[in-house]
Ligand binder design. Structure first.
Ligand SMILES: Cc1cc2nc3c(=O)[nH]c(=O)nc-3n(C[C@H](O)[C@H](O)[C@H](O)COP(=O)(O)OP(=O)(O)OC[C@H]3O[C@@H](n4cnc5c(N)ncnc54)[C@H](O)[C@@H]3O)c2cc1C
Length: 455
């Protein structure tokens, strides 16, 4: 039996952030992980997929090199080399994280944990008791009834990111973030890609204008997609996988990637037995991530907030600080930055036009076309920065499409979270020629003093 201030079950983004911050604040911390510290994001999510996307960007650059006067040629992908590059990035970050955990004196416990009382997690027959317990067991890829994942022809993101070959053709079921990122990767690698999305548009959580621009860009890249039609069934043969949609149409490809969302890992590990309140498998929490059982907290993908690594980090840090008595502010989930790292990228913070209107704001909008931005022309990217603002009031949302626009979110989130007006931002001088200038130009235009904007 070992006693701690804090026992954390799950060493992914949410769990390890809580462990590091808790230890920094002088708490004695045990972190229990059955696989590898870093969890989904580091080993099966954010990092490996972004490495694949970058390899895709390099492939596309070689294809388009002559447009920039460079003599180069795309020959083929060497997937063993791509995987070695990707795994190298993951492994370096994994080692760094292991070092951090050690240096902060966190007690790291390897093994599968089970909550056996409101203050005890059992691992390998040993009990770890904590004055507080944080549950951070993450999520798994969901599938649909009738769709059995075989890891070869019908796969989830977990298998897809380890492929040692480029499939000739792929159907991506699900046009959300993960689906669109894989569609982008495979198109860059040379596959024929078709996305099937049941909702009326791709990246449906984003502002409608962003979806339209992404769809236009994907069409231009030769990525096929069908929206607003639901999946009905799938059959496998030596020729590949054929799916039938509810409207009777069929699509066949070598591989079917199922990217229909992720479910919380909350069953079979003692949560129900301890009476923790849940809703459809997600643990319900208050604004400080307290569960219904005193002393037990939950963070990351197992609670019904945005399933993003930086949300897990923020929740883990907030809970550690709350336990240490710092009384941190509750998270404003509207202020969470979101990026789909496809080519082009889609990035946003704050409210879409539709949500702002639903909440009763008197909304004004402004869209700044990247065609007017010098750096965007140099990069040959198209897209825009759209501002949603309260009439005579602060910026309510910023929505961007274009290569590398994810990097502009740093400024966008400050604008949103500090409740700046367009005129506050318009007076800041942006370096020329950068993409960030477009952020300045958009706010100048909304403040009534456009510079490089027509009309
Ligand atoms: C393909 C893909 C791409 C993504 N890209 C991005 C991105 O670009 N940006 C972004 O912000 N987010 C991205 N995400 C989402 C991000 O990975 C998750 O939101 C984040 O990992 C959630 O953190 P978590 O701590 O809640 O859970 P996880 O990271 O899933 O960690 C949970 C940990 O708990 C462990 N565990 C579970 N049960 C037990 C048990 N009983 N005992 C011991 N250990 C246990 C697991 O082994 C795991 O390590 C992506 C996800 C995927 C799948």
């Amino acid at each position: 039996m070992a006693d701690f201030d804090l026992v954390i079950l799950g060493g992914g983004s949410g769990g390890y952030a809580a462990a590091l911050r808790g230890a920094q604040l002088g708490l004695s911390v045990a972190l229990i992980e059955k696989d590898k510290v870093g969890g989904t994001c580091l080993h099966r999510g954010c990092i490996p997929t972004k490495a694949l996307l970058h390899a895709g960007e390099v492939a596309d650059s070689s294809r388009h090199a002559s447009e920039f006067g460079v003599n180069a040629q795309f020959i083929s992908m060497d997937m063993n080399a791509v995987n070695a590059y990707k795994d190298g990035v993951v492994s370096k970050l994994h080692k760094g994280l292991q070092g951090l955990i050690k240096s902060r004196n966190v007690t790291y416990v390897e093994g599968t944990g089970r909550l056996v009382s409101p203050n005890t997690v059992q691992v390998n027959g040993e009990n770890y008791t904590g004055k507080n317990i944080i549950l951070a067991t993450g999520s798994y890829p969901r599938t649909l009834p009738g769709l059995e994942i075989d890891g070869r022809q019908i796969v989830t993101s977990e298998e897809a990111m380890k492929f040692d070959y480029v499939p000739k053709s792929v159907i991506v079921l699900g046009g959300g973030v993960i689906g669109c990122e894989f569609a982008s990767v495979w198109n860059s690698f040379g596959s024929e890609v078709t996305i099937v999305e049941g909702l009326p548009r791709l990246v449906a959580l984003e502002d409608e204008s962003s979806s339209k621009q992404l769809e236009r860009a994907f069409r231009k890249r030769g990525i096929n997609f069908v929206t607003g039609v639901k999946f009905a069934s799938a059959t496998k043969s030596d020729a590949g996988v054929t799916i039938t949609l509810e409207n009777g149409t069929t699509h066949t490809a070598d591989v079917l990637l199922v990217a229909v969302g992720r479910g919380p890992v909350t069953s079979g590990i003692g949560y129900e037995e301890q009476g923790i309140a849940m809703d459809r498998g997600y643990i319900t929490v208050d604004e400080k991530c307290r569960t219904s059982v005193p002393g037990i907290w939950a963070v990351g993908d197992i609670i019904p907030t945005l399933q993003l690594a930086h949300v897990g980090f923020a929740e883990g840090i907030m809970v550690a600080e709350e336990i240490a008595g710092l009384n941190p502010r509750a998270i404003n989930y509207d202020g969470i930055p979101k990026v789909t790292y496809s080519e082009p990228e889609v990035a946003s913070v704050g409210l879409s036009t539709a949500v702002a209107k639903e909440r009763g704001y008197d909304v004004v909008e402004l869209s700044y076309d990247l065609a007017g931005n010098g750096k965007a022309n140099i990069l040959k990217t198209a897209g825009s920065i759209k501002l949603v603002a309260q009439k005579d009031g602060p910026i309510l949302g910023i929505h961007m499409v274009g290569s590398r626009v994810g990097e502009l979110l740093a400024e966008a989130q400050l604008i949103f979270n500090w409740e700046a007006d367009a005129s506050d931002v318009a007076q800041h001088i942006h370096a020329h020629p950068t993409l960030s200038e477009a952020m300045g130009e958009a706010h100048m235009a909304l403040a009534g003093k456009p510079l490089h904007a027509h009309g």
